[in-house]
Design a protein around this ligand. Structure first.
Ligand SMILES: [Zn+2]
Length: 67
C-alpha cells in the first residue's frame, strides 16, 4: 500500500474506505498527532498542509491534503 499519496480532503464527512468496502458507512475522526495522548505517533506528518483522519471502527488512518 502506498503511503506517499494523499487525496484532497472531501467537503463532506470523511468516510472510511475500508469500512465502505465492508458495507458500512463510518465517518472518520480528525486525528491530531500533536495531542498528548498521541505523542508516540510522532512519525505522523508535521506538514500543516496535511491532515490525518482515523477510523474509530477499524483504526485505519488516511492522510488528506488541505486545499
Ligand atoms: Zn474503517
Amino acid at each position: 500500500m502506498a503511503h506517499d499519496q494523499s487525496t484532497s480532503l472531501p467537503k463532506g464527512p470523511v468516510l472510511c474506505e475500508t469500512c465502505k468496502q465492508a458495507g458500512q458507512q463510518v465517518e472518520m475522526e480528525r486525528y491530531d498527532p500533536q495531542a498528548p495522548a498521541n505523542r508516540e505517533h510522532k512519525h505522523a506528518t508535521h506538514d500543516t498542509q496535511l491532515q490525518t483522519y482515523r477510523c474509530p471502527v477499524c483504526e485505519e488512518t488516511s492522510l488528506f491534503k488541505i486545499d
